[in-house]
Design a protein around this ligand. Structure first.
Ligand code: 13P
Ligand code: SF4
Length: 323
């Protein structure tokens, strides 16, 4: 999927932000819908969501909501996961083009061929993958539970891990388990500038460096703490440190500043100072598109029934094994 501009105007959408927010609010109530949003969403969307969280929090929420409609403000694999967990619900994604480079680079057929080479391996896939890859997996993990889940597997069990090699390497180091890893990576986390990070560290010697495990190993080596988006938020909240250099998509900094207005949070630019540290897919969702999808009850996530059934098993296993 190719990201397109998120700045396009949406026909008939209220032009004033306050009216748009009011309209979204009444539509959500009238249609018994819940708005779930990931921390990388635009701040306006985070502010209007019923619930915000990391991939694990959001899957749990999708499993437990009483709402008839789930509007997933995140990327396609997240909405797809919600549909797999709650097949009886209508799951909407404001922009169907909101994909994920990591998930898109591991297609179902190539993954099946890769798997064939390791018939005795237990397949653990990161939740950032398509339903087709989930359906071929034994267990799904997220960045917040990957180490814990891998540690629970029998010591003599060979393991195949897909599709993020940076996360896989980090999990391997933390768990002490040897993993056969699919060579994928996230276009955003691959691109943080090490040079810019080192300059920030010199400029702010007191700042703690906190990083998402999808970052390259050389950047993770510089980090004081590594974890999922929720864990990065928690670390900055429960510790008394006052400044942080945050190596992940800067959407999370909105939550950090909201919850800790007196602390300093610095983002790290991409290489060549580009603004490619923002996830172009996550940012495709806008308040206008959220309004439109609640009005039209589309675009809706639809899945092949057989894939949906197969993909549910490893997700359920994850939810059972996660503390
Ligand atoms: P989290 O589960 O840590 O929120 O990560 C999701 C993601 O897509 C990271 O790029
Ligand atoms: Fe996918 Fe990377 Fe965007 Fe996360 S930040 S959704 S892994 S492209």
């Amino acid at each position: 999927m190719n990201p397109i501009s998120s700045l396009e105007t949406v026909e008939n959408a209220p032009r004033k932000k306050s009216e748009l927010i009011k309209a979204i609010d009444s539509l959500r109530r009238e249609s018994n819908a819940v708005i779930l949003a990931h921390f990388y969403q635009d701040p306006d969307i985070q502010d209007i969501a019923d619930f915000i969280g990391d991939s694990l929090d959001l899957s749990r929420k999708a499993a437990n909501t009483n709402a008839e409609i789930i509007v997933f403000c995140g990327v396609h694999f997240m909405a797809e996961t919600a549909k797999i967990i709650s097949p009886e619900k209508t799951v909407l994604l404001p922009d169907l083009e909101a994909g994920c480079s990591l998930a898109d680079d591991c297609n179902t057929e190539d993954f099946a061929k890769f798997k064939e080479k390791y018939p005795d391996h237990f397949v653990v896939s990161y939740i950032n993958c398509t339903a087709g890859v989930k359906a071929q997996s034994d267990l799904i993990c997220t960045s917040s539970n990957a180490v814990d889940l891998i540690k629970q597997l029998p010591k003599d069990q060979p393991i195949l891990f897909a599709p993020d090699q940076n996360l896989g390497r980090w999990v391997q180091n933390k768990s002490g388990r040897n993993l056969t890893i699919w060579p994928g990576s996230c276009q955003v986390h691959e691109n943080f500038s090490e040079e810019a990070l080192l300059k920030l560290k010199i400029q702010y010697p007191e700042a703690k460096v906190i990083a998402h495990p999808e970052c390259q190993e050389s950047l993770l080596d510089e980090a004081d703490f590594i974890g999922s988006t929720s864990k990065l938020l928690e670390y900055s909240q429960i510790n008394n440190y006052n400044s942080f250099i945050v190596i992940t998509e800067p959407g999370i900094i909105h939550q950090m500043k909201l919850r800790m207005p007196n602390k300093l949070f610095l983002d790290v630019p991409g290489t060549d100072g580009c603004s490619c540290n923002s996830c172009p897919y996550m940012r495709l969702n806008t308040l206008e598109k959220l309004w439109k999808c609640l009005s039209d009850k589309k675009p809706e996530i639809k899945l092949d029934h057989e894939i949906q059934i197969k993909a549910l098993l490893p997700i359920e296993r994850m939810l059972k094994m996660s503390k």
